[in-house]
Ligand binder design. Sequence first.
Ligand SMILES: [Zn+2]
Length: 437
Amino acid sequence: MSDGAVPTLPHGPKGMGGTPIALRNDCPQPGGSSFLEMWGQLRPIGRHRASGGYRRFAWTDADAECRAWFEAQARGRGLAYEVDRNGNQWAWLGDPARGDAVVTGSHLDSVPDGGAFDGPLGVVSAFAALDELLRRDVRFAKPLGIVNFGDEEGARFGLACVGSRLTAGALTVEQAHRLTDADGITLPQAMEAAGYDPGSLGADPGRLDRIGAFVELHVEQGRALDLSGDRVGIASAIWPHGRWRFDFRGEANHAGTTRLADRRDPMPAYAETVLAARREAELAGAVATFGKIAVEPNGVNAIPSLVRGWLDSRATDQERLDAVVGGVERAAREYAAAHGVDLNVERESFTPVVEFDHALRDELARILGSDTDLKVPVLGTGAGHDAGILSGRVPTAMLFVRNPTGVSHSPAEFATEDDCVAGVLALADVLEGLACT
Ligand SMILES: [Zn+2]
């Protein structure tokens, strides 16, 4: 925490239309120092001692601690606190029933051994940005909401963005009920064990209708800002992305006695396909990854009968993605034929491009661009977010904060204190521009 002096406000904080709001924190800290204090509070929750990474999985004890922290932040500021029918947490300044609300926030859960920033940076920055606005003594013309979406990473039940998908109607109750973790515990059972009512799960169109704009701040999961030398960026789009399963089937045989000429070995065909994926991605300016593999019978001295590899590919647009995946599949068929093995390719999941609302994006650029010290590039991302799920229903935008290594979903994920504070101030400027008179 910074030991900088906390300025005293000349007046109490103002609510909507100038109506004073009863806030308990009548001497708000500047956004930067309240950020550091909150960051320190969250830091130990769900951190694994050996790996140094976070294990904040949905509806576990670590998740409950994060949720308790969120509730305390809301109540500590005198905000109206509520949990919606899908377990997402909300904190409100002003009455959301008035509509056209401006909402910001992100998620507090993590991937296995994830970093500290993916998700929590957006939630902590949201509260810190509100503190900054109260310090500026702004007048709110619209209700302001802060949200923590549940189970964004999908680490426990295998599906990402469960909280926002349910709310947006992009996941049905029946599908949600079928989600099961590695121990055979279903999502409703896990929610119930954590003290939530799974009977209320379902689409929440009325809640979304009251939101005029949703802005999610997130640590960048790449190096675009580091390379351009900027602290903060605005998202243009989430790239189209998908997963494809490649099954190479050959013939198991003895590794010592089978002549090379007699083999039907799927492994070399798979290996050449991995290299083809790299080549195609480079050609298209996209990314392609074989990150998971299953081998049968998986014996050191056995030629495999099956090599199953999963391709994850993402590109700036559909045409490029089609070119990469089509190119990889063509190459795989060639290599499979050359090695006498069969190939089957299945698309397991696919998400089309998400273009963030152009008018809101331009508004953010205008607000942030008026500060001549801050150059704010607009960039795409290959990672999925709650903002992407909501974008079909609500005008949505994202702010990215520089990540000097680009590493994410790892304990090495990082953003400097100065950049985090720059993110808080940028978010405060955006919220002031959107919600205040
Ligand atoms: Zn995230």
